[in-house]
Write a protein that binds this ligand. Structure first.
Ligand SMILES: [Zn+2]
Length: 229
């Protein structure tokens, strides 16, 4: 079954028809905000969204029918591939490890996160290089996934650069680094960085983010003291 307009086509099974409509609305509500951020008038093709009610089908997609088993981890719930979005239905999403306590609102944010990836890929100068740190950073940030936050980046820059998905708290680090960048950089400069995210100096970024977090904590403390007086 399908729901579509000029930007999205959602493909779903009969069982998911009630909530496919909700997903369609969620995407349409966020479409302009996300596209405006990347200064896109349109995406190069309609974004095709497939909602999976069968986990094995999703695993087959991720692993290319078993050819690359390492590409599927049990906590994978969605992915953006060639401008298409593949996402588990809410029941399967809740069954994934670490997702038991997630709410429907978290699920909707995951969907927006994938659409951010689709739009970001549109502006990449070299679409064959997709460094995870900034790509996941902007996706978690624009999707409003503020459960991913940290007070300190405590892994090395090289781990974030070369081994991102195996770093503990990777999304929290990506979110927080992007929060710093958005605060410290003009929108047009940030877009330039996001067009060639592999060129960013990750070591410098980690150092500056930790400094930013320290300053923020000092400010918070000062404000607390002020309000006590
Ligand atoms: Zn992502």
């Amino acid at each position: 079954m399908e729901l579509k307009n000029d930007v999205f086509i959602i493909n779903y099974s009969e069982n998911d028809k009630d909530f496919a409509k909700t997903l369609f609305n969620q995407l349409n509500e966020n479409k302009k905000r996300v596209m405006d951020f990347f200064e896109l008038d349109k995406v190069s093709k309609q974004t095709y969204i497939k909602i999976y009610d069968n986990l094995q089908d999703f695993i087959n997609l991720r692993t290319e029918n078993g050819k690359f088993p390492e590409r599927y981890k049990p906590w994978n719930v969605a992915s953006a591939v060639n401008g298409d979005i593949h996402i588990l239905n809410f029941d399967l999403y809740k069954k994934a490890p670490n997702h038991e306590n997630r709410e429907f609102d978290d699920y909707l944010k995951t969907l927006v996160h994938e659409f951010v990836h689709v739009c970001h890929e549109e502006i990449l100068k070299d679409k064959s290089i997709k460094p995870a740190l900034l790509m996941e950073g902007i996706a978690t940030k624009l999707a409003g996934q503020d459960n991913y936050q940290t007070n300190h980046i405590s892994c090395s820059a090289s781990e974030l650069k070369t081994n991102f998905y195996n770093v503990e708290n990777h999304y929290s680090y990506a979110y927080t680094i992007m929060e710093y960048l958005m605060d410290a950089t003009s929108h047009s400069d940030l877009l330039e960085i996001l067009k060639e995210p592999h060129k960013v100096d990750v070591e410098e970024l980690v150092k500056n983010t930790n400094q930013y977090l320290e300053n923020k904590q000092k400010d918070d403390l000062n404000n607390q003291e002020q309000s006590v007086k």
